[in-house]
Design a protein around this ligand. Structure first.
Ligand code: F6R
Length: 359
């Protein structure tokens, strides 16, 4: 039931603060310690490399996961597009551990990989929103997203829930491996900050509606740019815009744009800079400037601690490792309002199904 919401997507965006609180209370203790299956952590600890597998938005959540597992747990992590992994037979390490990310737990491309993983007796974890789904049943270990049903075709709360679970898991694994950075990372407190921060962004949705009307409704092409973890969010931001508003959008590593793609910038092309990382903030700012001097209509999504006077959307501060949980929310809302203002069916975009059960 949509209740007072015109579309499920807006309802699901709105539910995100509560999902973050729920993950904190289910998967961490009051002391801040992660509350995760110790057998799972032991299995992951034995692995010399993690392989994250997913499709679409879940793949994008995996890209964030790689940063979390490498930084907090110091374990090399690869992220693979399920449909590529299934037939490409990537070279595996001596002791791999597989993590499947899937909202539905039914994505055929991911299932195909898991069948092979099981045939080779490798251990795996499925992180999914649907209990008893195929990927849930067939993996060695499971963790649920507890995000509640996601009805809108465009995935929103599943993406943030996947990142939330990955952060808890990376913290737990990092602690098991006695990594100081993991011991000092208070995920429970951070998820609380994220929940409040998400709510603050959602409360500004009218501002985002105006930005969508001004920049994206008239556009037929757009870019999101960022570096590092912000680059991964730029990919997800562009996917959201493409699938429900039909604006051709690309997410880009901001330093890579000038190596070719900047040729596409025309008068008024929207370019959004995502800036949440101290080390790269000024670099992305100058890349944004390069597009502006070629006519782009630029604006920024910036973490408060890095904000400057003419920034457009300022998002609250959280630990730099989990900024995607906040920086994606304005992008979800931009996609939503662009679609809405174009009079499109936000929840049921053309050519798409909620769960892709063919390879
Ligand atoms: C995008 C979207 C898709 C799914 C993808 C994987 O908004 O929803 O890209 O993320 O089809 O689906 P799951 O996560 O169910 O495996």
């Amino acid at each position: 039931d949509k209740g007072p919401y015109p579309y499920y997507m807006l309802k699901e965006i709105d539910e995100q603060p509560n999902v973050m609180r729920k993950l904190a209370s289910l998967y961490t203790e009051e002391s801040g310690k992660p509350n995760v299956d110790s057998q799972l952590i032991n299995a992951m600890k034995e692995a010399d490399r993690l392989y994250i597998v997913g499709a679409g938005t879940s793949y994008h959540a995996g890209l964030v996961g790689k940063k979390l597992f490498e930084k907090l747990a110091h374990v090399p992590t690869e992220v693979h597009i399920a449909s590529e992994f299934a037939y490409d037979n990537p070279l595996l390490s001596k002791k791999p551990f597989f993590i499947f990310l899937s909202q539905s737990g039914e994505t055929a491309d991911s299932r195909e990989v898991l069948v092979n993983v099981n045939a080779n007796n490798y251990e795996s974890l499925t992180i999914t929103n649907v209990e008893n789904s195929t990927l849930f049943r067939e993996a060695t270990y499971t963790m649920l997203l507890h995000a509640g049903p996601e009805i809108s075709v465009a995935s929103t709360k599943a993406y943030t829930a996947q990142i939330g679970v990955e952060a808890i898991l990376a913290k737990a694994l990092g602690e098991a491996k006695e990594q100081t950075i993991a011991e000092e990372f208070d995920i429970r407190q951070q998820l609380g900050l994220v929940a409040t921060g998400m709510q603050a962004i959602i409360d500004e949705k009218d501002v985002i509606d105006d930005l969508a009307k001004k920049y994206f409704v008239p556009a037929n092409r757009a870019f999101y740019i960022g570096r590092g973890i912000d680059q991964t969010v730029s990919l997800e931001s562009a996917l959201k815009l493409k699938e429900i508003s039909y604006v051709q959008a690309e997410g880009f590593a901001s330093g890579e744009l000038k190596h070719g793609t900047i040729a596409l910038i025309e008068e008024g092309t929207p370019v959004v800079g995502i800036i949440t990382q101290k080390r790269t903030a000024n670099l992305t700012r100058s890349n944004l400037q390069e597009t502006e001097s070629r006519g782009a209509a630029t604006f920024t999504i910036v973490r408060k601690g890095l904000a400057e006077e003419d920034d457009t959307l300022i998002i609250p501060d959280v630990n730099e490792l989990i900024t995607p949980l906040l920086s994606v929310v304005p992008a979800q809302l931009i996609a939503y309002y662009t679609s809405l203002n174009k009079g499109l069916d936000v929840d049921r975009p053309r050519n798409l199904a909620k769960s892709v059960t063919v390879e």
